[in-house]
Design a protein around this ligand. Structure first.
Ligand code: CA
Ligand code: CA
Length: 174
């Protein structure tokens, strides 16, 4: 009877400790600090895997607002381990408005627990802005407990359109 009680207690601890998965992982905007309509910027996003039960992140998906243009050739990331490279995202491609850093090697994920890296892509901001945020999703390698997918959004600091337009007009008459 005493053994049974211990087993039950250990199980309870294991469940509560494991119920973390990739919860609290996030994508944050590192640069640029502000954007203006119609301009192109190199966007850099920080990606953090908060998993405490050894779930590793496979894919990073970043969805831009309507009318923005993704420059596929500019997509890159910073390896944490140079040799062999890790994370080794195998496909850096857009799918419609979503820039994707995909781990297509069929193995486990690439960004381990408590690791942080950055991904970058050149984005041309739409000429009309409606204050729509950038959306992101992180996918884990389905190890440990859910959630195995986590999504969120990033609000953007937009410089005033009028000020920007006047600067452009002034520049034309310089
Ligand atoms: Ca890979
Ligand atoms: Ca992998």
């Amino acid at each position: 009877m005493r053994n049974l009680l211990i087993v039950v207690l250990v199980l309870a601890v294991a469940v509560s400790a494991g119920a973390r998965s990739i919860a609290d992982s996030y994508v944050e905007l590192v640069a640029p600090a502000t954007i203006s309509p119609g301009e192109t910027y190199t966007f850099t996003f920080g990606v953090y895997n908060a998993s405490t039960d050894s779930e590793w992140i496979t894919d990073v998906l970043i969805t831009v607002p309507d009318g923005w243009i993704i420059d596929e050739s500019s997509m890159s990331y910073v390896p944490i381990i140079p040799d062999p490279i890790r994370p080794s995202w195998d496909m850096l491609v857009p799918d419609g408005p979503t820039a994707m850093w995909l781990d297509n090697d069929e193995g486990y994920g690439e960004l381990y627990g408590d690791e942080y890296t950055t991904v970058s892509v050149d984005l041309t901001v739409a000429a009309q802005l409606y204050g729509i945020p950038i959306h992101w999703c992180l996918k884990g390698d389905i190890w440990g407990d859910p959630p195995h997918e986590l999504c969120g959004c990033i609000d953007l600091q937009i410089s005033p359109v009028e000020e920007h337009s006047w600067a452009k007009i002034k520049a034309m008459y310089r």
